[in-house]
Design a protein around this ligand. Structure first.
Ligand code: NAD
Length: 411
């Protein structure tokens, strides 16, 4: 073979191998996103969605113009923008809509998107008021659109595995969930000045005002309510709660701390607390069962098993020995050798990988849009958490027990 023949056959071989390599990469169906509400969460979702092969962002809708340039920088190209969500929804180059506007806008935005028949990734909480939640559920169901709620912890590997083990009976019967979201900070965002009429304050700090926000109980608690619903297999029936302003007397009209108790059937309960002046406990959710506990954090989960008490003598059986010698399992009173806390290291829940829950949720949504599977965090799951948030938002001000309605069967 002379040099020319060699070069020709080498380049033919290279071309063939490139063709084979190209053919070996399975083509992914493109999923083109439109975004309504491109603020803090919208941009974080976008960042994760753009890590999923085949996803692009074609247009955004936001009423706050600085978002346009922020999104261009994030995406690395000039993204079409508008302040009118109907204009965004009228485009014909969008396959799915991601909605991350403030909660009080969700009903308008989700219902309009559902009417176009497109798949929707909607941020939590599903809706703001009881009516909003019923109307969103109705629109999504009636228009038969794919809908995934932004409860990304449903896609966190350690949460799924921990709750699978709870459902398998490893901690006995789960009776209580205690959830904490404790922070040390004012929960305020800085507002550009001048802001003579306070409109920017209301737009940027919508979370701090009762008419536009469910406060800490909705913004943070919705994730925990969703997890308790998952554990107990139902939504709560009623809620009682309280809130106050303890530290931040700065004009906000939602509490800077909130405590609520959600009642499920058979006397089971979720106890939720959120404070903004001490972060010691951070974000933790404990599932307490008759034979053990699970601690779930935003990074991992750990199981703790109760001491095996079956071979301990009861007070009646401890005949001939003093209580001090034998230790007894007492009823109401204290026994150091009996049932007091297990302080061992616990058993870490083992998972193959702990990728970012938002990335896992985004990937799963895109796969569902491509028809690969159904949606786990669906609209019903969003409804069952959000309806509890809506009622709790009133209950913590009224400090009365309030009933939480089930979904109206009008879909
Ligand atoms: N899943 C999670 O972990 C998570 C985390 C944070 C926030 N969230 C949720 O995401 C949503 C947004 O929260 P955020 O922190 O990004 O708020 P944000 O204020 O940072 O962003 C909201 C954006 O919506 C825009 N907007 C307001 N009204 C609008 C309208 N009528 N039309 C179009 N755009 C409008 C605002 O200008 C802003 O850019 C909330 O529902 C919140 O609960 C979810």
């Amino acid at each position: 073979m002379n040099r020319r023949d060699f070069l020709q056959s080498a380049s033919a071989a290279a071309l063939a191998s490139t063709t084979i390599a190209r053919a070996a990469v399975p083509a992914v169906k493109p999923v083109r996103l439109g975004v309504i509400g491109a603020g803090s969460r919208g941009q974080e979702n976008l960042r994760q969605f753009l890590r999923v092969p085949g996803v692009s962002v074609e247009a955004i809708c936001d009423i706050y113009p600085p978002r346009y340039e922020q999104v261009n920088r994030l995406v690395g190209k000039e993204v079409q923008h508008t302040a009118d969500y109907n204009e965004l929804l009228a485009r014909n180059d969008i396959d799915a809509v991601m909605i991350a506007s403030p909660v009080a806008c969700h009903a308008d935005h989700v219902i309009a998107a559902a009417k176009t028949g497109r798949a929707i990734y909607g941020e939590k909480a599903l809706g703001f008021t009881v009516d909003d939640n019923q109307n969103i559920l109705d629109a999504v169901t009636r228009n038969k659109v794919l809908f995934q709620i932004g409860h990304e912890y449903r896609y966190a590997s350690w949460v799924r595995e921990a709750i699978r083990r709870v459902h398998a009976g490893e901690i006995g019967t789960p009776t209580h969930v205690y959830a904490y979201w404790h922070r040390n900070g004012d929960w305020r965002r800085s507002v550009p000045s001048p802001d003579p009429d306070g409109k920017l304050e209301r737009l940027i700090n919508w979370r701090l005002y009762r008419e536009s926000s469910g406060g800490l109980g909705t913004e943070l608690g919705s994730h925990h309510i969703d997890m308790a619903n998952w554990v107990f297999g139902e939504q709560p029936e009623s809620v009682i709660g309280t809130n106050s302003i303890c530290r931040y007397h700065d004009g906000r009209t939602v509490g800077d701390n909130v405590q609520s108790v959600f009642n499920y059937s058979q006397g089971r309960r979720l106890v939720f607390s959120s404070i903004t002046d001490n972060a010691k406990v951070g974000c933790e959710l404990w599932i307490y069962g008759t034979a053990g506990s699970v601690q779930i954090t935003i990074e991992d989960a750990t199981m703790y098993f109760e001491k095996n008490r079956s071979n301990k003598p009861t007070a009646d059986q401890a005949e001939g020995k003093t209580v001090v010698e034998r230790g007894v399992v007492t009823g109401a009173s204290y026994s150091t050798a009996g049932e007091m806390p297990y302080r061992g290291p616990g058993e870490k829940v083992v998972v193959a990988s702990s990728e970012d829950p938002t990335l896992a949720a985004a990937r799963s949504f895109v796969e569902a849009v491509r028809g690969e599977h159904s949606i786990f965090a669906d609209v019903q799951c969003g409804f069952r958490a959000a309806i509890a948030c809506s009622v709790a938002h009133d209950a913590v001000f009224a400090e009365n027990k309030m009933l939480i309605p089930a979904a109206a069967h009008n879909s």
